[in-house]
Design a protein around this ligand. Structure first.
Ligand SMILES: [Fe+2]
Length: 194
């Protein structure tokens, strides 16, 4: 199985406490990757899972408080992402069948949590904070990042921004095409695991 990346300054969210928690999570992921490469007992996987689970709960709480303190605009959506990760994780802990099955799922959760969540979403908190300090408007930065959505119209692509994209994805809010009245569906080319 693939080795996870090490924590790097570029993953900073602009808060030393949150950064050091992220570092601990990266270290836990590395430990996980190592364990997954050899024979592992079910009890070991379970132990690792509960370490992860407990640490993540504390971390999410702190990160949410931090986002609130800087008036992060996507707090509600980001909280929904955390909730989903916790839900996925508790399902995994509760219905683990075979060790191999468990290993595979654990890898999936860790890579979604680490690669997708910290790298894609948490880093945005820093982007917001930095730009807020420079008194720039968040919408301006978000504008160049677009997500392609399709509807019922032929060859029609709706370009949505990050805010709308995570609203649809994590808050289950539907948007319809004004022309065909069909619900917009994400044209999922890259974000398969998210
Ligand atoms: Fe987060």
């Amino acid at each position: 199985m693939e080795v996870f990346p090490a924590w790097d300054e570029k993953y900073s969210v602009g808060n030393t406490d949150i950064d050091s928690q992220h570092q601990t999570l990266f270290a836990l992921a590395e430990k996980t990757a190592k364990l997954l490469n050899r024979h592992i007992y079910k009890t070991e996987v379970k132990e690792l899972l509960s370490d992860f689970f407990n640490y993540m709960q504390t971390h999410f709480k702190d990160e949410e408080e931090y986002m609130e303190s800087i008036n992060y605009p996507y707090l509600v959506e980001h909280k929904a992402m955390h909730k989903k990760i916790i839900k996925d994780m508790s399902c995994l802990i509760n219905d683990c069948s075979t060790t191999n099955d468990l290993k595979e799922k654990l890898y999936e959760i860790v890579s979604v949590w680490l690669l997708e969540h910290i790298v894609k979403h948490d880093m945005r908190i820093n982007k917001f904070k930095e730009n807020q300090e420079e008194k720039k408007i968040i919408e301006k930065i978000e504008k160049d990042e677009q997500y392609d959505y399709v509807c019922g119209c032929k060859d029609m692509i709706h370009k949505l921004d990050y805010g709308l994209h995570i609203k649809i994805k994590y808050l289950n809010i539907a948007y319809k095409c004004k022309k065909c009245s069909k619900e917009l569906v994400f044209n999922d080319l890259e974000e398969k695991t998210e």
